[in-house]
Design a binder for this molecule. Structure first.
Ligand code: HEC
Length: 151
């Protein structure tokens, strides 16, 4: 197994889809947290920032399907469920659901917090639905000894 450390950047784009999709997920998470803080009242509502976060989620979602190629089922510390590759169409429909929800939420941002909140909820539910179906609670690589301690 190749070492999973010390090669961030475009050079890794083709040969490490697991690291790449985890990076995209981390970017999704950042945008999601920014919006979540506003929805929960932990940060003042900013329609431009909310729309930007939702647009970045939609754009990131567009890259996701390609980051789950056949052959990337195991390795590193992946938590991708093997079921992804048995039900790829369904998996892709979860991606499409996220993308559509994020596009709606980006548009709803201009309607203020009351308009944005339900659209944001749909985005959060799209994340959760896919994780429930296709993200393992822990890594599926038994040999992985260097746990990267996600929260
Ligand atoms: C289409 C399915 C799907 C959708 C939609 C989805 N995820 Fe994920 N997510 C996954 C899978 C599968 C993994 C495990 C990837 C791996 O470890 O190879 C994952 C992993 C993650 C991780 C851990 C990344 C890491 O470094 O290991 C975070 C954080 C995350 N997702 C956040 C989000 C957020 C936030 C959203 C919504 C904005 C979202 N995801 C939407 C399938 C999805």
């Amino acid at each position: 197994m190749l070492p999973a450390f010390g090669h961030p950047g475009p050079a890794a784009a083709q040969d490490d889809p697991i690291a790449d999709r985890q990076e995209v997920m981390a970017a999704l998470s950042e945008a999601h947290k920014l919006a979540s803080a506003m929805v929960k009242g932990h940060a003042p509502y900013d329609a431009t920032a909310a729309a930007g976060a939702m647009r970045s989620i939609a754009a990131d979602a567009a890259t996701l399907a390609a980051l789950f190629p056949p052959g990337s089922e195991t390795g590193d510390d992946t938590r991708a469920a093997p079921a992804i590759w048995r039900n790829f169409e369904d998996f892709v429909s979860h991606i499409a659901r996220l993308r559509a929800a994020a596009e709606v939420a980006a548009t709803s941002a201009s309607q203020g917090l009351a308009g944005f909140t339900p659209a944001y909820d749909a985005v959060a539910n799209a994340c959760k639905a896919c994780h429930a179906a296709y993200r393992l609670p822990t890594g599926n690589a038994p040999a992985a000894s260097s746990d990267m301690s996600h929260p």
